[in-house]
Ligand binder design. Structure first.
Ligand code: GTP
Ligand code: MG
Length: 200
């Protein structure tokens, strides 16, 4: 996939603020600070279109990025940031609930986990939630640059087991740091879009 255009189009906290269009959306879900925004930037080969940072909870709204005039990435606010107040936590839940239950354009979710860590309870809940809803989900294990390539299978197997995936080969190792897995993710996204097109 060649990325010839990528632009930020909107931020939303509720349905009325979602951009109006009929193109497919692929949402990115994962723990706060796991690297969702960085994954987008690497994917589109831009330094800082999606805002990233060391402060967890940087992305507090749903951010929509229009790619190649063909589809959207939706950068979802990260979960599992312990320091947020109860109020923020509830707001987060409502935002996610509303998006997942109302957004007809949603075609797939890229669930991002850290290759080094066993997925958290929230990661497991997210995986279960998406599976129950029948939303196609692709698991990406990012920050793979932090681990020697020879060790990847060991870590990917642990992730697959925790998320109850049938096979660790379904997990895509990725790095926003050195670009590992970017080509594979381009291809996976292309396949999702082809699938959507063939249904229409
Ligand atoms: P929230 O918006 O808070 O939910 O975080 P996020 O998931 O969007 O994470 P973000 O992309 O802002 O990255 C968090 C931190 O991890 C930043 O300091 C990034 O530089 C770093 N980071 C992200 N991806 C990678 C990666 O593949 N490798 C390494 N080494 N660091 C990464
Ligand atoms: Mg972010």
């Amino acid at each position: 996939m060649i990325i010839y255009n990528a632009e930020y189009t909107a931020s939303a906290v509720n349905q009325s603020q979602y951009p109006k269009h009929t193109e497919p959306e692929i949402a990115l879900a994962g723990r706060s600070n796991v690297g969702k925004s960085s994954l987008i930037n690497k994917f589109i080969n831009r330094k800082n279109l999606a805002r990233t940072g060391n402060t967890p909870g940087k992305t507090q709204m749903l951010n929509f990025y229009h790619i190649n005039d063909a589809f959207y990435f939706v950068d979802l606010p990260g979960y599992g940031y312990a320091k947020v107040s109860k109020e923020v936590h509830n707001k987060w839940g409502k935002m996610m609930q509303e998006y997942f239950s109302t957004r007809e354009n949603l075609r797939a979710v890229i669930q991002i986990v850290d290759i080094r860590h066993k997925p958290s309870l929230e990661d497991q809940e997210m995986q279960g939630f998406l599976r129950n809803r029948g939303i196609p989900v692709l698991v990406v294990a990012t920050k793979s640059d932090k681990i020697a390539r020879g060790q990847w299978p060991k870590y990917l197997k642990a992730i697959a087991e925790t998320l109850e995936l049938p096979d660790w080969h379904y997990i895509l190792p990725y790095s926003a740091e050195n670009g590992a897995g970017v080509e594979e993710l381009h291809q996976a996204v292309e396949e999702i879009l082809d699938e959507v097109a063939s249904e229409e």
